[in-house]
Write a protein that binds this ligand. Sequence first.
Ligand SMILES: *[C@@H]1O[C@H](CO)[C@@H](O)[C@H](O)[C@H]1NC(C)=O
Length: 421
Amino acid sequence: LLLLLLSIIIILLLLIIIIIIIIHYIENGKSSQISPLTLLAERPFWNVKLDDSALWNRLQHVLDRECNPILRQLDTARGAAGAGLQKGPGIGLQSLGPISEVKESFPKDIQDFLQSMHFREYPLIIDQSRLCSEEAPLLLLAIKSKECNIRNREAIRETWGSTGLVTGEAGRGGVVHRVFLLGRQDRSPQSCPLSNDHLAEESMKYGDILQWDFRDTFYNLTLKDVLFWPWVLQHCPHARFIFKGDDDVFVRTPALLDVLQQAEQQSKARGRNLDFVIGDVINDAFPIRQVDEKYYIPQDFYAGKYPPYMGGGGVVYSGSLVMQLNEVSKRVHLFPIDDVFLGMCLYKLGIVPRSHPGFLTFDFPKEEANNPCSYFSILLVHKRSPEETLSLWNVLKHIQVDCLKQTSDIPRRNTFFLQKE
Ligand SMILES: *[C@@H]1O[C@H](CO)[C@@H](O)[C@H](O)[C@H]1NC(C)=O
């Protein structure tokens, strides 16, 4: 009898465990477009345990449930509001009106963010629909800029952002295209005396301005990603790689082209699809809770850890990822920090960004800062003024041969340049 009782208890326990696993799967299940393999690989970090204390987590939890195919079917069967959710690709987002729960205690910027967080369809004011009409670029440079940063854009056009066929540093290079991503800047006539049609003229002259009709503020930067992706799909779907970065960084584009060519060859050799995402990866970061910091995020706005994400100076990813990013971004609520938002989208896709030591988001270590040859060990450094960018570009052109001879005291940052040695 004791044996019988014991086996019944064991069977019951097993049943309970199986039920828990099934419930866990239903709770965390993902859209049907994602393969079962990535489904296993990914665990939504923000709702493994629902954290009721934070607004963003709560909203994302609701969205995760709405986008969950299993739960959605249950809702429809019950005749609940589920039907309204199947309208379009923007699942769940439309059903969410302005957040009524705007906390007085949040800083003004976060309050502004919350007011328009549900909305992400802003019209283009200046378009470049023919940017890629002639040839698909190896690299599309998408540079976040602001109306008033005219000098930054000028410096970039003359240096690392020049377009057309760009030769690599060691390899053959490829075709490069460039767009600047802008919103509408709140500007005072003193600090930024621009005529109203300055930007239109700039666009006529250079054909590289994309401007949307939203306020170009720090917390609105995420909009530049979510609006850029559908634009790429429509106008430049065959771009092989995308660089997304700031207008105050210095990029060694020719060396980057070599790295990209190499990555492409490797993936071809392996016969695999190229899920290529590189940058300065930051793992296990927690939100900054000091009120006066630029990246401050209140505890009751977002709780928990950030997913792995890349420092904002610049990232490079393969063009084939744009479609997936565009799809998955509709299932992630806008987040006030654009780098973290990209990290969240990648996480949901089960794609792990790779750290490339050539991306220096935090500048050179002290002992290298004064040696101009150090630049030959990197791909990107943050941050450089337009003047520094112009002079650096010229200096580096002239010292390259000499630097080649003395690379021994420069750390090997694994760029193509040093690998050739
Ligand atoms: C973002 O842009 C929209 C549209 O211009 C604006 O209503 C909103 O206040 C902006 N958000 C922030 C945080 O500045």
